[in-house]
Structures are given as C-alpha cells and as structure tokens.
Design a protein around this ligand. Structure first.
Ligand code: NAD
Length: 335
C-alpha cells in the first residue's frame, strides 16, 4: 500500500522502516500534524498512519476520503481523536494498536509516583548546585498506603501489580472488573469510595464521554487532603482548572501528568526557544509539587517496536483482505 505517515519523528521513521522491511509498503514520511489543512498531503495514497495528537475530526476525514484514503492506521491504542461517526459515514476503516507494552506506560506511571513522592526532580538539581539540604524533600512510605487505580485494563493491571509489590493496599474502580486484579487482592470499590479513601490515585481508563472530566471539582472535594494524583491516560480525564484549584487549596498534595487536555499544541515539539502561550499549563509549571512529562509513557524500545509491527500488520491485512488486524469496531463503540 501507499501510506502517508503523519507526525513523523525520527524514531517513528526508524521503527516503521524496520517493521516494513518484509512487507514492502511504500511509506511517505511527513513531519506535518494531520489536520483539515494538511490532509491533502495524503492525496493519492490509500492509507494514512496517524498518532495521538493528529486531528481526525470530520473535516480531516472528509478531506482524506476525497484524496482516496480508505484506512486510518493509528499508532496508538486510544482512538478518542477520531470522529468515528464520520469514519463510518465515509466507509473508512480505523485500525489501532490495542496492546503494545502495558509495562512501558505502567513503569512510567511508577516513575512519576516515586519521583514526586521523594522529590527526585528537585534533589537532582539541588545536588548539582552543591545544595545538600533535605528541607522540602520529605516523602512518605508507599508501603501501607491506599492506592486507587481507575481503569484496570492492561496498563492498570500492571500498575496494580507493582503497587501491590510495594505493599500498598490497592483499591480499584472499573466498569468491568479484571479477574487478574481480583486474584492479586485488589479490592473493587465504587468511584466515590476510591476517591475518598485513596492516598494516591492513578488514572488508566480511556477518554470517553463517561470519563471526560472524571476528576472535577466535586471529585477533588471528596479527596483526602494531600492526595497524590497521577494521570498517564488522556488529558481530558482531568478537569485541569479544577485540579489547579485543588493544588492551590492543598487538597491535591502532588500531581504527576504525562498527558494534558490541550497537549496537542505543545507536546512532541521543541518549543524551548518560544514562550508557552497556554497560561494554564504555564501556571502548573510554577508548582514544585507538579511533575509533567510530555506524553512519553509509551516511549520504550519494546513499545515502539511493537507499535510499528502491529501498524504494518494492520495495513498488510487490510490490503490483502479488506479488513485490518485490529479494527476499531465502530458500530460496537458507538452503539
Ligand atoms: P484497556 O482497554 O486495556 O483498559 C482500559 C480499562 O478502563 C478497561 O478495563 C475498561 O473497562 C476501563 N474503563 C472504561 N471505561 C471506564 C469508566 N467509565 N470508568 C472506569 N473504568 C473504565 O486500555 P489500556 O491499554 O490499559 O490503556 C488505558 C489508557 O491509557 C488508554 O485508553 C490510553 O488513553 C492511555 N494510554 C496512554 C499512553 C501514554 O503514553 N501516556 C500510552 C498508551 C495508552
């Protein structure tokens, strides 16, 4: 197939080229982010390959379809950036990578938790400046604390296992409890109970209309004072304005984010020579107890290799049979 690969970074090019070696697709690597304005770059190609911050709204999909695109192959598990109704109306297939390395995301989540708790980000700078004072670096034992995991699918399960290993009491909320978590002693509770009893809350559910702003003013109002909140799922699961109020009030004791509601205008680019135009994001950066990484939880060699192989497999299968290996079941998702 001829495939326009949007939002290409050097690492995407390297891993996709390697995965494509035996498949023989013609990959055209584009640095541009996919949007209604850039969709015409794919004209004449049968497929596009896109990532989390590419705009796959109705206008982009219509422009892609006009150019002859029949399949969107996402290099991600989440598909919240795709207008599935528009894809269905246009007869366009949407494929994704449902599982690549839950360990990559889970281990990054734990890195955020440990760094925030023991203030490693601050200690690193202090020691380099010859400041060996410990004031302000006080942490707490994770052992014995209650950790609340929202969403116990592939990633949440690995997080629960690691936290259980630390000696945490793990409670979870999920619309579909995971037997593997139950077997390791995770206690499923209601959303309100999880929010009210957890010392640490970590989010691993997809972004859907039901989970949009799951963490809002009302939820924060029920949290334990000083709670640690970590989000490596999707930015809009948290109402950022509300969490900012929670940080100012001291209810949210620390915040670890790998994703942000408005990340599309920031993440994956080097903006170090510009100013940050997003005032809310800039305000978050003023808190010593806020740690943000730029959507890098997936970024391990193992995950990138698996993403590239599954993406190529999706496209090869679609070319041969008209069905991708991992299609988003649009009818099921939309009801
Ligand atoms: P998964 O589908 O295996 O698990 C998601 C879980 O969330 C399921 O158990 C599901 O039942 C549960 N869930 C669905 N709706 C819910 C609701 N309303 N309330 C509570 N639970 C709900 O997905 P996964 O592979 O574990 O990934 C989880 C999320 O992590 C993805 O949707 C994606 O947004 C995010 N993610 C982030 C990165 C990153 O780099 N930061 C990488 C991969 C995935």
């Amino acid at each position: 197939m001829q495939i326009a690969v949007f939002s290409t970074k050097p690492y995407d090019r390297a891993f996709l080229t390697e995965a494509n070696a035996g498949a023989g697709h013609r990959l055209r690597f584009l640095e541009a982010r996919l949007s209604p304005e850039t969709a015409s770059l794919a004209a004449g190609e049968g497929a596009v390959c896109a990532f989390v911050n590419d705009d796959l709204g109705a206008a982009s999909l219509e422009a892609l379809a006009e150019g002859g695109v029949r399949i969107v192959a996402l290099r991600s598990a989440g598909f919240n950036n795709v207008d599935l109704g528009a894809a269905r109306a246009l007869g366009m297939t949407v494929a994704r990578v449902p599982a690549y390395s839950p360990h990559a995301v889970a281990e990054h989540t734990i890195a955020l938790i440990l760094t925030l708790n023991r203030h490693i980000h601050r200690a690193y700078n202090r020691v380099r400046e010859g400041n060996f004072a410990l004031d302000g670096l006080l942490g707490f034992d994770l052992c014995g604390k209650t950790a609340g995991v929202v969403g116990t699918g592939k990633i949440g399960e690995v997080v629960a296992r690691i936290l259980t290993g630390f000696g945490c009491r793990v409670v979870a909320f999920d619309v579909a409890p995971n037997p593997a978590c139950q077997a390791m002693g995770v206690a499923y509770v209601g959303r309100e109970e999880l929010i009210a009893t957890s010392d640490l809350i970590t989010l691993h559910c997809p972004l859907t209309p039901q989970t949009h702003h799951l963490i809002d003013d009302a939820a924060i109002g029920q949290m334990k004072r000083g709670v640690m909140l970590v989000n490596t799922s999707r930015g809009a699961v948290i109402d950022t304005q509300a969490v900012l109020r929670g940080l100012k009030d001291g209810v949210v004791g620390s915040l670890g984010l790998d994703v942000y509601e408005e990340e599309a205008d920031l993440f994956f680019e080097d903006l170090s020579n510009r100013f940050i135009a997003d005032d809310l994001f800039a305000r978050l950066l003023t808190f010593p107890n806020v740690l943000i990484t730029g959507h890098q939880a997936f970024f391990t060699r193992e995950a990138l290799g698996a993403i590239a192989r599954t993406t190529i497999e999706n496209l090869t299968r679609f070319e041969r049979t008209g069905r991708a290996r991992h299609e988003v079941a649009i009818d099921k998702v939309m009801g």
